[in-house]
Design a protein. Structure first.
Length: 334
């Protein structure tokens, strides 16, 4: 079910990943100081950052370019799909920008993990910064919410934060015992879903109601994304697995083939839904990009037992019916 593609640069340390508007997946190579691109058929291109800076978070911008964070350079970077870079220094010194997302206002919003701030930058490079009420919260994951606000995790404070586009904050304390929230995304149920370090996947409504779902394998979970199948997909950093949770909390786990290092595995980290009906993820230690088939995009993929590659289908008929009902009876591209 999982296919892995080795990153050309050895020990590149892939972390963040996102689907680009060009139909490929784009990812950060933190150790190699590169931005990588991989097509859905596994063809790689790599671009070195201008100053040899280490990128971390990445997202596809509203301008068709890829936007990423450079924590130790204290910059927000932009790269076009042809490999042209622009870098913008964050106004607050040593802010260490971590994750980045497109906001509901068409700007890029990012967490400043070393200071108590959430940053905003327009596609022309104009910055605004908003101070979080809680001191030293270590904001990390970030996403545009279903309510027109921006939501983020506070690793040190064990809270989930919300900020309006005008800078008004609300914070929600995670039920005890305290945990370290990491990545956050919007689910198909219009709730916020996030990972933590206690072996749980969390659901949070926009009104502040928490529900926790424990993973079968206790693991420090990392990235999380909404899949094309109406489920949440997440990486299990220390268990070397990728997990899938329904919106009602039924969890299935898929072991990553690459063993990686003893006790650490391949370290699956960032995760994103691809344009090909699959889930894509980075393997930080394994130095690979992984792909999990999630939904078929052509009836050809349902034949010869191929329907077994996709979660939720009982037989070939289910698979064919899904393709027909979703109007995706077309070949996949690269």
């Amino acid at each position: 079910m999982i296919t892995e593609y080795p990153v050309p640069t050895p020990n590149s340390g892939p972390v963040g990943i996102t689907a680009g508007r060009d139909g490929a997946l784009w990812f950060t190579e933190q150790v190699a100081a590169k931005i990588g691109r991989v097509t859905t058929s596994g063809v790689f291109t790599e671009f070195s950052t201008p100053g040899g800076e280490s990128p971390l978070g990445i997202t596809s911008g509203p301008d068709g370019a890829l936007w990423f964070t450079e924590p130790f350079a204290n910059k927000i970077g932009r790269v076009t799909t042809s490999g042209t870079f622009t870098e913008y220094p964050v106004p607050t010194p040593d802010a260490q920008p971590a994750r980045i997302a497109v906001g509901p206002d068409g700007a890029l919003w990012f967490t400043e993990s070393n200071v108590a701030k959430i940053g905003r930058v327009t596609t022309s490079g104009a910055f605004t910064e908003f101070s979080i009420p809680t001191p030293f919260p270590a904001p990390f994951g970030i996403t545009a919410g279903p309510d027109g606000a921006v939501w983020f995790t506070e690793e040190n404070a064990s809270k989930i934060g919300r900020v309006t586009t005008s800078g008004t904050f609300t914070e929600f304390s995670i039920p005890p015992p305290a945990s370290v929230p990491d990545a956050i995304t919007v689910g198909p149920d219009r709730a916020l879903w996030f990972t933590d370090d206690t072996g749980k996947i969390w659901r949070l409504t926009t009104s502040g109601s928490f529900t926790a779902y424990r993973m079968p394998t206790s693991s420090l979970s990392a990235g999380i994304t909404a899949g094309p199948d109406g489920a949440l997909w997440f990486t299990e950093l220390t268990a070397n697995k990728v997990g899938r949770s329904t919106t009602s909390g039924a969890i299935t786990e898929y072991p990553v083939p690459t063993a990686g290092l003893p006790g650490l595995g391949s370290e699956p980290d960032g995760i994103a839904a691809g344009p090909d009906g699959a889930i894509w993820f980075t393997e930080n230690i394994g130095n690979k990009i992984g792909r999990i088939a999630v939904i078929p995009t052509s009836t050809e993929q349902c034949k010869n037992g191929g329907w077994r590659n996709f979660p939720g289908f009982r037989n070939q008929g289910d698979c064919v019916a899904f393709v027909a009902s979703h109007g995706k009876n077309r070949p996949t591209g690269g």
